[in-house]
Design a protein around this ligand. Structure first.
Ligand code: SF4
Ligand code: SF4
Ligand code: SF4
Length: 424
C-alpha cells in the first residue's frame, strides 16, 4: 500500500490509492464562534444543486448542533466508536505526541493512533479499504435534530442551568457545526470506489463522482468518515458536493471569468466563512504562500483546525473552534491544536484581527492580502494580558492581482441625520 505524508497527522500513513497532489487545493475556514444557525448556506446549496426528485433528504451543506445533532444522525459518534474498537483490537492508543510539534510541517505533533485506512488494514481479514458504515434511511431523514439542545449542568427543576454560561468555559453548552464535503487530500470515498468513478481534479483538488461510471454500490457512502456522499434512489447513483466548480472556474455569469466562492460560502450572513485555493507541493504538503488568507489562518496563526484529523483523510475544511465549549470535547473533534487556537482567537494579534475582516467581504476568491498599518484605537486587559487594537486597513487581491476589497478593522459607523429618524 502506498505511503503518503499527512501533515495533519505529522507522519506518513498508508493510503490505499496512488495519490497525485493537485497544483491548487480548494479549502475553507469556518469560524464556529460566529454561526447563528440560520441555515442560509444549507438552502443556498439545496436551491442550486439538490432540488430534484430523489434528492429530498440530500443536504450537501448542513449545519448541526453539537453535541447531540448530526447528519446523518450520530455520524461522528459511530465513527469514533468504530475507530475505538479497532484500537482496542490492535492494542493501540489513539494519542498524540505533542512534543513533536514542528512549525508548519507538523503543527499539531504526531498522531500515534490508527486512521480509518490503517484500522481497516489492521483487521484480521481486511475486507474494506477504510473503516466505516452505511447509515440507515432513518438516520438521513433530518439534517438537524436536537437543534439548540444544550448539555451540561441542569437546574433543580431539571432545565438547562442558566447560571453556568460564564466564560472562559460554559458548563451548559452547545455549538453549531457547519459541514460540507472536505474535498480531502486522501479521500476515503475515492479510494473505496470499485468502479474508479470518483476522481480528484488536478487543477483545484475538487473531488467529484462521475455519474456515468457510478453504479450505486455505495462503497463510498460507507467509507467517507464525514458521510458526505449520498445515494439517490431515483437515479441509482451516488452524489456529493461538487464544490460549486463552475464558480471556482469563473464560469458563473456573475464571475466575469474570475473564481468565485461557492454558493454556501457566498450567502453566509454570519460572515463565518472564507474559501480559497492553496498552493501545493508535489509531495502533497502546502507550498508557502504567506499572504494567502487560508494559509495564514491555518499555517501561521494556527487558529483554524481540521475536523477529526485522526480519521486520516486530510480534510481541507478548517474550523476556528468555539471558545466556550469544554476543551476535551473540542480536542477530540479538532485535535491537540485547540487550546492554542482559542487562546489566539480570544486576543488576536493585529494581523489576525485584520484578516478576520476578509470573511465574506467579497464573492470573489481572495488569493492574497496586504495590511496597511493604522493608529492604535483601543486597549484592554484580556486574560490578564494587555491587548491593543489598531485601526489597520486590509486589502484583498484576486487571481490576477486586482484589488477586490479594502476594509478597516474599526468598522465605519454612519449616524442617521436627526431630520430623518428611523420610521420603524
Ligand atoms: S449561513 Fe453562515 S451563519 Fe447561517 S447557518 Fe450557514 S454558516 Fe451559519
Ligand atoms: S469528505 Fe468524504 S466525500 Fe468528501 S472528499 Fe472526503 S472522503 Fe470524499
Ligand atoms: S460548495 Fe457548493 S455544492 Fe458544496 S455544499 Fe456548498 S453550495 Fe453545495
Amino acid at each position: 500500500m502506498p505511503e503518503v505524508y499527512n501533515w495533519q497527522l505529522g507522519r506518513n500513513m498508508s493510503y490505499p490509492y496512488q495519490a497525485a497532489s493537485p497544483e491548487l487545493q480548494w479549502a475553507f475556514v469556518f469560524n464556529i464562534n460566529r454561526c447563528i444557525a440560520c441555515q442560509t448556506c444549507t438552502f443556498a446549496c439545496k436551491a442550486t444543486w439538490t432540488f430534484s426528485k430523489g434528492q429530498e433528504y440530500m443536504w450537501w451543506n448542513n449545519v448541526e448542533t453539537k453535541p447531540y445533532g448530526g447528519y446523518p444522525r450520530f455520524w461522528d459518534i459511530k465513527l469514533l466508536e468504530i475507530l475505538d474498537k479497532a484500537h482496542t483490537s490492535a492494542g493501540k492508543d489513539a494519542s498524540w505526541d505533542t512534543s513533536q510539534r514542528n512549525g508548519t510541517e507538523r503543527p499539531y505533533g504526531t498522531y500515534q493512533g490508527l486512521t480509518v485506512f490503517e484500522g481497516a488494514q489492521a483487521e484480521a481479514t481486511p475486507t474494506e479499504v477504510a473503516l466505516g458504515y452505511e447509515p440507515t434511511d432513518d438516520e438521513w431523514a433530518a439534517p438537524n435534530l436536537y437543534e439548540d439542545t444544550a448539555t451540561g449542568l441542569t437546574s433543580k427543576e431539571g432545565d438547562t442551568s442558566l447560571e453556568s454560561t460564564g466564560l472562559p468555559e460554559h458548563k451548559s453548552w452547545f455549538f453549531y457545526l457547519q459541514r460540507v464535503c472536505n474535498h480531502c487530500s486522501y479521500p476515503a470515498c475515492l479510494a473505496s470506489c470499485p468502479r474508479q468513478a470518483i476522481y480528484k481534479r488536478p487543477q483545484d483538488g475538487i473531488v467529484l463522482i462521475d455519474q456515468e461510471r457510478c453504479r450505486g454500490y455505495r462503497k463510498c457512502v460507507s467509507a467517507c468518515p464525514y458521510k458526505k456522499t449520498m445515494y439517490r434512489p431515483t437515479t441509482r447513483v451516488t452524489e456529493k458536493c461538487v464544490a460549486c466548480y463552475p464558480r471556482i472556474e469563473g464560469k458563473d455569469p456573475l464571475a466575469l471569468g474570475q473564481p468565485l466562492e461557492t454558493r454556501c460560502m457566498a450567502v453566509c450572513p454570519g460572515k463565518i466563512r472564507i474559501q480559497g485555493l492553496v498552493k501545493k507541493n508535489l509531495d502533497g504538503s502546502w507550498a508557502e504562500d504567506r499572504y494567502n488568507p487560508i494559509y495564514f489562518l491555518v499555517k501561521v496563526a494556527k487558529v483554524a483546525l481540521p475536523l477529526y484529523p485522526q480519521f486520516g483523510t486530510e480534510p481541507n475544511g478548517y474550523y476556528i473552534p468555539p471558545r466556550w465549549a469544554p476543551k476535551p470535547y473540542l480536542r477530540q473533534m479538532f485535535g491537540p491544536g485547540v487550546d492554542a487556537a482559542i487562546e489566539r482567537y480570544i486576543a488576536p494579534d493585529r494581523e489576525l484581527l485584520a484578516v478576520q475582516q476578509l470573511f465574506r467581504a467579497t464573492q470573489q476568491i481572495i488569493f492574497q492580502y496586504e495590511i496597511i498599518e493604522g493608529p492604535k484605537v483601543f486597549e484592554a486587559v484580556v486574560n490578564g494580558k494587555n491587548w491593543e487594537m489598531f485601526n489597520d486597513t486590509v486589502v484583498g487581491y484576486g487571481k490576477d492581482d486586482q484589488e477586490l476589497v479594502r476594509l478597516q478593522v474599526n468598522e465605519v459607523q454612519y449616524t442617521r441625520p436627526a431630520e430623518r429618524p428611523n420610521s420603524i
